[in-house]
Design a protein around this ligand. Structure first.
Ligand SMILES: C[S@@+](CC[C@H](N)C(=O)[O-])C[C@H]1O[C@@H](n2cnc3c(N)ncnc32)[C@H](O)[C@@H]1O
Length: 277
């Protein structure tokens, strides 16, 4: 057996231990990226062999948080891929305006930049007063940051460029209060978002929504897990509800390709088909 094959066994055992001991099931995440992350975790702990991580996982309560921080990568930014937000502003929000209330689910919200971006979009299109955003993630450290809504002021400069490209109607700084190099999101924006722990692998649907915005999360899942998660999205969307995925994600080759109509292929915007009678 080669070293690489032995390493694959160690990785499988690590994820078995994680699922059995802590209930976090990463076994259906895409292999290559998880392998990179477990290797990085082992390196950060000074472990020469991956299997040395397993006793830590089983017996050291404090280790779980460190392991999860390595396995979930909450990389995000405000108005990431601005053309997607421009398309939502132009093509989706005007349709949602016909509803008396607008509910949105953003799974994999990381540190909150994406839900705050959407809330700003809703505000500028005159819809925020009737909107409710549920922003969820498995990473509690990221969620705590999201809930605070405080970001280094220097990040705002980069985010501002995205915001302008997304058709921003004011200055991004108008939605923040800046002091001592930190910028805090305005309460009016913050109040429309509920941040909560939700695990797409294990948890069910908890609301009915008009839009699911889930970007750069499915890419980490294998096909069977993508199908599970897409079934959650399909179940929670109202008829004619919208689904927006990340730029490198698609419904093609999933069980849900026929259940959604493509609205904007480039920006990965789909609409739930009416049920067949
Ligand atoms: C790369 S970030 C994407 C952030 C944001 N959606 C964006 O596109 O900028 C992926 C997020 O998915 C979250 N995630 C990974 N597995 C998850 C799961 N099973 N349930 C919920 N969130 C998960 C991670 O914790 C991380 O915050």
């Amino acid at each position: 057996m080669t070293d690489a094959e032995i390493e694959d066994i160690e990785i499988r055992l690590f994820f078995e231990a994680m699922a059995l001991r802590h209930g976090y099931d990463f076994r259906n995440y895409a292999r290559a990226s998880m392998k990179r992350r477990v290797l990085a975790l082992a390196q950060s702990q000074g472990c020469r062999e991956l299997s040395a991580l397993i006793p830590r996982l089983l017996h050291d309560q404090d280790f779980l948080a460190q392991a999860l921080a390595h396995l979930s990568v909450p990389v995000t930014e405000m108005f990431r891929d601005p053309q997607v937000f421009l398309a939502l502003r132009r093509d989706v929000l005007p349709v949602l305006d016909s509803f008396p209330r607008i509910s949105v689910w953003q799974p994999g919200c990381a540190t909150g930049e994406e839900p705050y971006s959407l809330a700003i979009l809703l505000k500028e299109e005159g819809l925020l007063h009737k909107a409710q955003i549920y922003a969820t993630d498995i990473n509690d450290v990221a969620l705590a940051k999201a809930e605070e809504g405080i970001y280094p002021a220097r990040h705002l400069a980069a985010f501002s460029q995205n915001y302008q490209q997304a058709g921003g109607k004011a200055a991004l700084a108008n939605y923040f209060h800046t002091a001592y190099n930190f910028s805090k999101i305005d309460d009016e924006i913050r109040e429309r978002i509920v941040f909560a722990h939700h695990n797409l692998v294990a948890d069910g649907v908890f609301c009915e929504v008009n839009l699911v915005l889930c970007r750069n999360v499915l890419i980490y899942f294998d096909r069977s897990l993508q199908n599970r998660v897409l079934s959650l999205f399909h179940d929670c969307l109202v008829r004619g509800g919208y689904l927006c995925l990340g730029n490198r994600e698609s419904l093609q080759f999933t069980d849900f390709a026929d259940r959604f109509r493509v609205i904007d292929r480039g920006n990965r915007i789909f609409k739930k088909r009416e049920a067949v009678q």
